[in-house]
Design a protein around this ligand. Structure first.
Ligand code: EPU
Length: 430
């Protein structure tokens, strides 16, 4: 078993380089299937979700060549399968993007229900509604295999009842090769939606309006290979911004798109930090106890739900009481139980949390309930007195490239420790 050990108390300072965006790359990798050609992709983050996706592509017959640690070439000319089995699909949420990509390529996909972080029910009804709108028939087979097929995909209006990142990207993947025009109304507008559209367009697709209220996709017969560089990860950047503010640090966060960080910057400024913006960097400086403030998560351009646990740590040591309202997921406060072990005073009521700022958190054994909750535990460890031991860190490794080394380079006392399996988990987790 691996644990992350954090000794708190150090102020973060220095420079850190942000990696490519997880939630963009997990859509772009399956999209390479549509090229039936060679795609060269740069700025790939070194995270286990990418490893899992590359394995799936490889099993389907793709040739994947590592050019260097962040650049790969994927040749999808000789794909021999349109199936993603349970064993692979359960490893990550984004395996559902193979449905859209395989529908686009073969008009037929068989993909097992995806895995991923547990925030309560994670329906895919909007994905299915979108596929059906453009002519596919989607059935759920007994063994939790989703079978999506069409004689021909035909462009059509698609209206989403809820704003969904996954459904928007999945329908884009299928619709780029449909016959005629698909118009997506009420799409998600996250930076990764725009990045996928740009990638598809680099392969010869005709996607317009990504990032706005309406996406228009003019279907094309054939796509081709391309060279592309993934955008920087908005949430990794936000995580370092909050870590800098919470530790009263001074950190220059490089390789970012400041526009993508505006909602996070605004809240940090409200909490008393200074945020300086440069062309492709932001600097966060904080000298005082964070001021209380409230956050409400919203689809982009609102405050991202994927920053909610990290920001809650900052509020847990603020000088007053704050409210955190989660409006995207039903159950994204499970991690609060871990924070209670560290002395945080937080009361959860449904989709809201009331946070009473305390002077200090204290180190404790905790676990990463999910990816962002795991990042939040690291920040909690950084600001706590004593030592925090984090278990179940595979969640963190799914989406943060080298977080331990990056934190350490900023002065954090943090390490990865391998514990013999014979030694029992302090928390009783397996
Ligand atoms: N929803 C439906 N029906 C659907 C799809 C979604 O009701 O068919 C609901 C969900 O239950 C949720 C809301 O719509 O309440 C938003 O879900 P969305 O589909 O946008 O989420 P997702 O695509 O499954 C992605 C990210 C998540 C991030 C959300 C929201 C990926 C692989 N995952 O999930 O990222 O929280 O968008 O921004 O892109 C993370 O990176 O830690 C993470 C969990």
């Amino acid at each position: 078993m691996e644990k992350i050990i954090v000794k708190g108390g150090n102020r973060l300072s220095g420079e850190v380089e942000i990696s490519g965006a997880k939630n963009a790359v997990v859509g772009i990798l399956p999209a390479t299937l549509l090229a039936e050609d060679v795609c060269r992709i740069e700025n790939i983050p070194n995270i286990s979700d990418v490893t899992a996706m590359i394995k799936i592509l490889h099993q389907m017959g793709a040739e994947v060549k590592m050019i260097n640690k962040n650049t790969i070439e994927i040749d999808t000319r000789y794909i021999h399968s349109n199936v993603v089995a349970h064993e692979m699909s359960k490893q990550l949420r984004a395996s559902y993007y193979f449905i859209g990509a395989l529908l686009g390529r073969y008009n037929h996909a068989k993909v097992a229900m995806p895995g991923g972080c547990n925030f309560g029910v994670r329906p895919i009804d909007q994905h299915i509604k979108g596929f059906e709108s453009i002519g596919a028939t989607v059935t759920m087979e007994e063994n939790a295999m989703i079978d999506a097929r069409a004689d021909m995909l035909i462009g059509a209006p698609v209206y989403f009842d809820v704003v969904s990142v996954g459904a928007t990207m999945n329908v884009m993947l299928a619709a780029v090769k449909a016959k005629g025009l698909t118009v997506i109304e009420n799409p998600a507008k996250e930076p990764h939606i725009v990045d996928l559209a740009n990638f598809l367009n680099s392969m010869g697709a005709d996607v317009r309006g990504a990032g706005t209220d309406t996406i228009k996709i003019y279907g094309v017969d054939k796509l081709h290979g391309c060279e592309y560089s993934i955008i920087p990860d908005q949430i990794e950047a936000g995580t370092f911004m909050v870590a800098a503010a919470a530790t009263k640090g001074d950190v220059l966060i490089k390789n970012v798109i400041p526009k993508h960080l505006e909602s996070i910057s605004a809240k940090l400024i409200e909490s008393g930090a200074t945020v300086e913006e440069f062309d492709d960097a932001v600097r966060v400086i904080a000298n005082e106890t964070p001021h209380r403030c409230s956050i409400k998560t919203m689809p982009h351009p609102g405050f991202p739900t994927d920053m909610q646990p990290q920001f809650t740590i900052l509020l847990s040591i603020a000088n007053g009481n704050s409210m955190v309202s989660e409006s995207v997921w039903d159950n994204r406060f499970r991690y609060v139980a871990q924070l209670h072990r560290m002395g945080a005073k937080i009361t959860v009521d449904g989709k809201s949390a009331f946070v009473e700022g305390v002077e200090k958190l204290k180190g404790a054994p905790v676990k990463a309930d999910d990816l962002r909750a795991g990042a939040a535990m690291i920040i909690a460890g950084l600001v706590a007195s004593g030592t925090t031991e984090i278990e179940e860190i595979y969640h963190i490794q799914r989406g943060y490239d080298n977080i331990i080394e990056k934190m350490r380079s900023l002065g954090a006392e943090i390490e990865l420790r391998t514990i013999p399996d014979s030694e029992k988990s302090v928390l009783g987790v397996s």
